[in-house]
Design a binder for this molecule. Structure first.
Ligand SMILES: [Fe+2]
Ligand SMILES: [Fe+2]
Length: 364
């Protein structure tokens, strides 16, 4: 059977294809009838789905992480794609090509790894250069770095996403350290090491979870362990340098409320925090633009960014156009899609943007 990808699904057509079950919940309608709310996924994105015919057999057989062959068609509900499943059947994992179901970084991990080593090799501080080299060329660390994702679900949450995030931050580190005249060696080290220990915090594979070490220790503290382990192998590694590197790692989440036991107190630590925040938020913006399944220019409400996102390209004019054409275009403006209705238990929105959004009404 030819694989049909979620990103290619158009409205109203009846299709049959294999997807991965990312989330599966049994729900109850207003009339007391049970149904299934299923998030199907593949390498092109996620798709919210409904199976209105509840069956105990389906509930027993199909769980999160099952591969399923489904038949059904796309509907539009409040401006979002929703797949209505008419039949569902479990498929043996051995019969599918895992790559079809795993999102991955746009660039080849081997090429990204080489680019990262090239940045390290250009550093001027001999101790930091040796430390970074010894860490990222460690066989097991290198293997994990090339495949792990940066988060369970928020930013760079796809295969090799961690390396993509680390490399992107390192490019920013080189450029911005020169711009602000701060020590590039520490900023690059911070960008490489700050999230590296996600390789111990998260599992890999199709459905990423927190490991026990991730839950109990976490990537900030684990990062310090790595700095200690590798720096003590380097003869004469300066104590003060080790202390400043540790400060950068401990402070990279920026605020106590975001899990940083220290807030950034050096220019280098502050810059690493800002670069990390910039790259994670921009990564999320790009991801939403690619995978959000609301129709039109606007995404649904994005919790991580606390806003809805304008998904289309911005207007661009390499040449002057006549005013009449411009007027015409403006008549086809789209209305933004409102965030989902607030449940009784939903927390109060913190920002003025969230407050404004919570007041929006759904229009069809
Ligand atoms: Fe982090
Ligand atoms: Fe990060």
């Amino acid at each position: 059977m030819t694989k049909i990808f979620i990103a290619d699904l158009q409205g109203k057509e009846e299709i049959e294809s294999v997807f991965l079950v990312k989330i599966m919940n049994t729900m109850e309608g207003k009339d007391g009838r049970k149904y299934f709310n299923i998030i199907l996924s593949d390498s092109s994105g996620d798709l919210e789905s409904r199976l209105w015919n509840y069956s105990e057999e389906v509930e027993k057989q199909i769980t999160k992480n099952s591969f399923v062959k489904v038949r059904g068609k796309v509907n539009f509900f409040q401006g979002r794609k929703q797949f209505i499943i008419s039949s569902i059947q479990k498929v043996d994992a051995a019969q599918v090509n895992e790559d079809d179901f795993m999102m991955k970084a746009a660039k080849n991990p081997e090429a990204m790894y080489k680019d990262l080593l090239a940045i390290v090799d250009k550093l001027s501080d001999v101790y930091i250069r040796d430390l970074l080299r010894s860490i990222i060329t460690d066989g097991e660390i290198a293997r994990r770095l090339k495949t792990w994702q940066a988060g369970k679900s928020i930013h760079h949450a796809y295969k090799s996403g961690l390396l993509e995030h680390i490399l992107s931050c390192s490019y920013l580190a080189v450029n911005l350290s020169h711009h602000y005249k701060v020590n590039e060696n520490y900023v690059v080290a911070g960008c490489i090491l700050h999230d590296l220990c996600k390789i111990y915090e998260l599992t890999d594979g199709l459905n990423v979870e927190y490991t026990e070490e991730g839950k109990l220790v976490g990537h900030l503290v684990k990062g310090l362990e790595i700095v200690d382990r590798y720096s003590y192998k380097i003869k004469g590694f300066p104590h003060h340098m080790r202390m400043h590197l540790k400060h950068i790692l401990l402070a990279h989440h920026g605020e106590y409320e975001y899990g940083s036991p220290k807030i950034p107190q050096t220019s280098e630590a502050f810059l690493v925090h800002l670069i990390d925040m910039m790259d994670s938020k921009m990564g999320t913006m790009e991801m939403i633009k690619k995978t959000d399944n609301a129709t039109g220019h606007w995404s649904g409400y994005v919790k991580h960014l606390d806003r809805i996102v304008y998904k289309a390209e911005l207007p661009f004019y390499p040449e002057y156009v006549s005013e009449d054409i411009e007027e015409e275009k403006h008549e086809h403006r789209e209305k933004p899609v409102a965030p989902p209705a607030k449940s009784k238990n939903a927390p109060e929105p913190k920002t003025s943007m969230a407050k404004m959004l919570s007041g929006l009404k759904v229009e069809d």
